[in-house]
Design a protein around this ligand. Structure first.
Ligand code: AMP
Length: 392
């Protein structure tokens, strides 16, 4: 894919820049997490320094038609605050861009956006755009006009944030330093079957935790009592064991867990063997022995890809497994002994809770796109950008 290094002589040209400014906004209208805005600052400033005019396209939420609740009109002042530059607002994404840098209204105000029709793409490009830059990995799984359509319609490049994301992902599952481990936790295996099936073919060891590990233990004959467990997924779990064995991937399951009286903060618990969970108890976190075993595995690894918490990390003390492993991994990253690439679902908030979100090698803010990439799927945005490269 072409990067901004390949983009020269753009003085006065109009760059259509796809970003993901779909950030969390509280009831007072304040942006509560500016990570996505901050990560694309370099791309915007680099294009500006090269003399380009920029029209930014993004979405916010899932509007049905032109719903003012999802307008991006509040965003220029936030961008000014985070990027230190003036950004004008254009109240319709099909209108002509204005000024040196402008933000176009929510692309999802048109339902044609999601249908990726050439007609709507042509209206978006408007005959004004000279170049397309995509710096929104988090929407790379969407086959939309402003993502895929524009990549076909104009000379297309990836921005710096997308470039960093792709380099991080490549270093985790493309061509990783080995041994490489995957840590997968979270509630259920049913939502992560494709992820697990792909990972066993790519990594040397798959470390399972959280509620999903219960289903694997159940498939092996353990009684999990009141713990979260998808009994109807037993055959799928057994098939993953089989596939892992064929692929030479070891699977590690927790040996002990914190078995509580209820799903609530501060609930009474005992640390028990996962094969001897007492009646009326539910396992809400991995135990100390499991934490130690996982840390010992991390000592042997060069690369880790992580998705999902090891337990019910939102309620203390059942956050301990996730927090201790995250902190142990972060220390190894700081020493240069380990690369950790993490993302998807609740992973970012779990790492933030552990206070190490900035200490990992790379933490992806992409939810669905990160998971689809972990599933080994071809992402439409990347395919379009690659095809563009072949065409030229
Ligand atoms: P996911 O979105 O699949 O990554 O799942 C994250 C959710 O799984 C979090 O809300 C955790 O509280 C929950 N979770 C993880 N482990 C357990 C467990 N042992 N029992 C109940 N919930 C869990």
């Amino acid at each position: 894919m072409k990067t901004l290094d390949d983009l020269n002589d753009i003085e006065g040209k109009l760059v259509l820049l796809r970003l993901d400014l779909n950030v969390p906004v509280n009831d007072e209208g304040q942006v509560t997490d500016t990570t996505r805005i901050d990560r694309v600052k370099d791309t915007v400033l680099e294009l500006k320094d090269k003399g380009a005019r920029i029209a930014i396209f993004s979405y916010l939420g899932r509007p049905k038609g032109k719903d003012p609740k999802y307008s991006l009109s509040f965003m220029p002042s936030v961008l000014k605050d985070r990027w230190g530059i003036d950004v004008e607002f254009v109240d319709d994404c099909l209108k002509k861009p204005v000024g040196d840098i402008c933000l176009m209204e929510n692309v999802r105000f048109y339902e044609e956006e999601g249908a990726c029709t050439p007609e709507h793409t042509a209206k978006l490009a408007g005959g004004h755009g000279d170049i397309f830059v995509n710096d929104a990995f988090s929407v790379a799984h969407r086959n939309h006009c402003s993502i895929v359509g524009l990549a076909h319609a104009l000379p297309a490049y990836i921005g710096r944030s997308m470039q960093a994301e792709l380099e991080a992902l490549e270093s985790a599952l493309g061509d990783p330093d080995r041994p490489v481990a995957a840590i997968v936790g979270g509630a259920k295996i049913s939502t992560k079957l494709d992820v697990l099936n792909n990972l066993v073919e790519k990594v040397d060891i798959l470390i399972l935790g959280g509620g999903m590990a219960n289903t694997f233990l159940y498939a092996m004959g353990a009684e999990l009592r009141n713990s979260l467990c998808e009994k109807d997924m037993k055959d799928k779990a057994l098939a993953i064991f089989e596939k892992a064995e064929e692929a030479g991937c070891a699977i590690m399951l927790p040996s002990d867990g914190k078995a509580a009286t209820g799903f609530s903060a501060g609930a009474d618990y005992d640390t028990v063997s996962m094969t001897a969970v007492p009646n009326d108890r539910m396992v809400l976190d991995i135990g100390d022995q499991s934490i130690q075993s996982i840390c010992a595995i991390l000592d042997q690894c060069k690369t880790v890809i992580w998705n999902g918490p090891m337990g019910a990390f939102e309620i203390e003390p059942f956050d301990e497994g996730t927090v201790k492993i995250a902190q142990y991994a972060a220390d190894k990253v700081k020493l240069g002994d380990l690369k950790v690439i993490a993302g998807g679902g609740d992973t970012v908030s779990a790492l933030a809770h552990a206070g190490v979100v900035n200490d990992m090698t790379y933490v992806s803010t992409a939810g669905g796109a990160f998971l689809e990439w972990m599933e080994g799927k071809d992402l439409p945005a990347l395919q379009a950008l690659e095809m563009m490269d072949e065409d030229n």
